[in-house]
Design a binder for this molecule. Structure first.
Ligand code: PAF
Length: 274
């Protein structure tokens, strides 16, 4: 696996490498990332991953400084997964001067996670746009666990006419249902045992809708109360339309239930399509 940090070196390395497929990450890789790397192979000739912890998408009180950096272990996993090229820019490579131009997503950036993480999706869209310009892929893969992020990037690619197919990868889960996430590493043993409750609540909600329940606000409230009774601090449990994350006016359109809740100091997100 080739590793490049300078944009010019990366571009030279990708010259005439056929169809390039790209998986951006912030490192601290787990089986969910590796599954995206393996799926990537079906979408191109050269698989490129990136590792870059993007300061722009972290709020002032978020975990930028303590975000786990595990570069050597990540490289070993990427090489074992058959990744051809790793782009691992430093901050000086990607932000050699203060970033003053941004990609500003529309109102969808202010709902759900955006309501609780102001500026987050602007930071994500900006870095992903910039990484796309560096790598110039024909396809890019993003995990469905970050459902709103995937939708914002898909809409961005369509509206800006980027010649990049955006592919969503299914969420990879531990045996007890917990969605794999770099942030799971922050959980204590007790919190880790409790964490699968989030997915259980989403399953309960899905089963209720499949079973004929139609009062969505009540289902959201009950799931929130159930989490909070178990010691969580819930930002939201929301049932939305898959197409645009708008509030549905019934249960006939394809839906997705999304949740974000804090267990101790760790904020977990998850979702389930209905
Ligand atoms: O999902 C992530 O890991 C990040 O938001 C991304 C897409 C790599 C942008 O920094």
């Amino acid at each position: 696996m080739q590793i490049h940090s300078a944009i010019a070196d990366l571009r030279a390395a990708l010259h005439q490498r056929g169809r390039v497929v790209f998986v951006p990450t912030m490192g601290n890789l787990h089986a969910g990332h590796i599954s995206l790397m393996q799926q990537a192979r079906a979408h191109g000739d050269t698989v490129v991953a990136s590792i870059f912890v993007n300061r722009l998408q972290f709020g002032p009180n978020e975990d930028f400084d303590k975000y786990p950096r595990t570069f050597q272990a990540d490289c070993d996993k990427l090489a074992a997964a058959g990744v051809d090229v790793l782009f691992a820019p430093t901050e000086a490579d990607l932000y050699p001067e203060p970033q003053e131009y941004f990609i500003e997503p529309p109102a969808i950036q202010n709902v759900l996670d955006g309501e609780f993480r102001p500026g987050h999706f602007r930071g994500v869209a900006t870095v992903v746009g910039k990484l796309f310009n560096c790598v110039q892929p024909q396809a890019a893969l993003f995990g469905k666990k970050d459902y709103q992020q995937l939708m914002i990037i898909r809409n961005m690619a369509r509206q800006l006419a980027l010649p990049i197919a955006i592919v969503g990868g299914e969420t990879v889960r531990a045996d007890d249902g917990l969605a794999l996430s770099s942030r799971n590493g922050y959980l204590s043993a007790t919190e880790r045992a409790e964490a699968p409750r989030l997915y259980r609540e989403l399953n309960r909600l899905r089963d209720a809708i499949r079973g004929g329940a139609t009062d969505l606000a009540r289902l959201e409230r009950e799931a929130t109360e159930s989490l909070d009774r178990a010691g969580w601090k819930t930002d939201y449990v929301a049932i939305r339309r898959q197409a645009d994350l708008a509030v549905p006016d019934g249960v006939n359109a394809p839906l997705v239930a999304l949740a974000a809740s804090r267990l101790g100091a760790t904020r977990l997100i998850d979702n389930i399509e209905i």
